[in-house]
Design a protein around this ligand. Structure first.
Ligand SMILES: [Zn+2]
Length: 273
């Protein structure tokens, strides 16, 4: 990876102390959540080094030129290993929102995800709409996935992504209180599940990338994997580096300036995936 001098300093931070900081400050991305303190100038961080309220992120407020590549719904027996090959070749770390039952079926791929330096995080056991299931089932979906990730990889996830981006205050509270999870959405959705072709996926991801961006993709579609070498090349050419979601959270700036609008809570508008 080629970095200018300031970027090299950030990269060093990413792989050492900052990467280990799991107590990133809570910054709200949903403007309608009464449980999260939102000031006129943006999210108010009342306790910058400690999570105090449920938080969801569409993107991370940072001026540093990093994005997080995220891949949902795997592990897939053929495509995830292909993707891991690409990421290794490009020297890029990503975040995998895995489905628990797929981890149980393909434990060796989950282990490889972790062994190669990627973040592994919770995307539920069977991919239901979390807002539509009982509290008991919600607990089972999330707990069983965390448990299989721990058993297979030895890692404990620190954040989750709700299937279909479906989240409400009940789910957010449960993720925070019962699991200590941040809820991670996305800032760029290439709609790769519609299989528009690798070139379109690449263009949408690259065009949408901004510092602190969280890029959504799925490692269960061949075109997505095909798009990745070019996507990564283009993003590097635009000056971006790559962080896992936890690393990106650790790069948060102070509260956003007045001129930076909050991103909308995409859960409210997007129900398809
Ligand atoms: Zn999914």
């Amino acid at each position: 990876m080629k970095f200018t001098a300031p970027l090299a300093a950030v990269a060093a931070c990413l792989v050492t102390a900052c990467a280990q900081d799991q107590s990133a400050p809570s910054s709200a991305s949903a403007p309608h959540e009464p449980s999260i303190s939102i000031g006129a100038a943006g999210p108010v961080l009342t306790a910058p080094r400690k999570r105090r309220a449920p938080a969801s992120y569409n993107a991370v407020n940072t001026s540093r030129p990093f994005v997080a590549l995220t891949f949902d719904d795997g592990p897939h027996p053929q495509l995830t290993p292909q993707l891991l090959d690409v990421l290794r070749k490009e020297g890029v770390r990503a975040t995998f929102y895995v489905i628990g039952r797929n981890v149980e079926t393909y434990p060796e791929i989950a282990r490889r995800i972790v062994a190669e330096g990627h973040e592994i995080a919770n995307h539920s056991w069977s991919h239901p709409t979390l807002t539509a299931i009982s509290a008991a089932r919600l607990e089972k979906e999330i707990t069983s996935t965390t448990e299989v990730i721990q058993r297979v990889t030895g890692r404990t996830p620190t954040n989750m992504r709700p299937p279909y981006g479906a989240v409400n205050e009940r789910v957010r509270q449960s993720m925070f209180k019962n699991h200590g999870f941040d809820v991670i959405m996305w800032s760029v959705d290439p709609l790769d599940w519609r299989r528009p072709g690798a070139a379109v996926v690449r263009q949408r991801l690259v065009d949408g990338a901004k510092p602190g961006g969280i890029l959504l993709a799925h490692d269960i579609h061949p075109g997505t994997i095909e798009a990745m070498p070019g996507t990564i090349r283009d993003l590097k050419a635009k000056g971006f580096g790559f962080a896992t979601v936890s690393q990106l959270l650790a790069l948060q700036d102070a509260p956003a300036p007045r001129s930076a609008p909050l991103l909308p809570d995409q859960a409210a508008v997007r129900r398809s995936e």
